[in-house]
Design a protein around this ligand. Sequence first.
Ligand code: 9WN
Length: 438
Amino acid sequence: MPDLATPLTHAAADVLRANDRGEQTVAAPLLYPHQWSWDAAFVAIGWGTVSVPRALDELRHLLRGQWRTGMIPQILFSAEPGYFPGPQRWRTVGLAAAPSDVVTSGICQPAVHSLAVWIIGEQAHRNGGADAEAFDLFLADTFDAWLAWHTWLDDARGTHPSGLIEIHHPWESGMDNSPRWDAACARVRVGEMAPYIREDTKHVADSGERPADADYDRYLWLVEQLVSVRYDDAAAREVIDFRVGDVFFTAVHALSADLLARLGTRLGRTTEAATLREMAARARAAVAATVDPGTGHARDYDMRAGEWLTASTIGGFAALICGAEPREYTRLVADLLGPAWCGHASLANPLPPTTSPDSPVFVSRNYWRGPQWPVITWLFTWALRHHGESEAADAIAAAGRRQLADGTFAEYYDAVSGAALGSRDQSWTAAAALAWAA
Ligand code: 9WN
């Protein structure tokens, strides 16, 4: 039986406390000294096991960065130095759509926030008393903000006939240098831009754990393209070199919109709840429609080139997040646990690698090209349980907890050697340890 009072959970709570800057938690010390959008959602889930009010503050702080369009931006900058690209490169200050009292980047990340609100609500109501009251107040205050976020995704990023949520930058996927984006990135033509110096490689032991310099050139060039249209979504669709239907993002949006609909019903917001359910249903259908009949896996879609993106990555299991027809779902679970994925003979731990070890582009220690990310593992375990696959969820969660017993709270782990990689004391890894114990 999981327990919130183990040495691991004490250590995890200490990581969150050390990374706490009052109302926001930095995603990691040194490497990521700001509040990141999807990190904040996972971090709030972790905080919820320690303090519901602190969890709610994390999300309230994130909402201070919400754009007038409804977009929740990828980064809310703190005053701490050491991260590139900073505000000077994003040039969002003064834009009509951007908030006036916080500096943010100009892109977004996967919409896991309503999932966080849902989970914190469950925790708050289990605790009862002041926590339940604080949560109910929070929900009534912020429901419209979460609704606006999903509505923006649907309106501004869900216009393609595929119904997939489109992203305009690999960073928007949260899986930056995943092989999912290799073919689309190869089509980005980097133009003239100001020189820059990377900061990230100064904070990790080996630059082979991070994206390549050529990736960074593309990342920075795409920012230039977005700046050139002042982050206007319709204009961006025309100019941007990277325009991709992200199946994992779409699945997360579907799951979160469904949960927000349930919260809306509780608030008596029946019309909005119905709208959210429709959005979720459209997104779920879009995910199902991407399935490759050969592999049974979901595929991303390159909207620029009009081509499927077929790399064998964790994105292929998107339907496990948003749900699918029962037989299909069971088949995908078996595949995830099977010999090409968690059960692959080369893996140090039976956990989802970000790329299949059988893929020619698998690199066990490079960022999103192979390593196992505890936060992604946790997300799958939550979704599997939610969709009725508790046995699989328990098996993966047990292995996930064992991986974290090294106490480093690493950002990700070498899938083959099992070594801790990237940042240490990463906030969302600590949050995963706490969420598994709750
Ligand atoms: C760019 C903060 C973020 C995560 C992303 C992860 C990494 C940033 C970077 O760190 O990306 O957003 O600079 O590499 O890929 O998922 O949100 O932890």
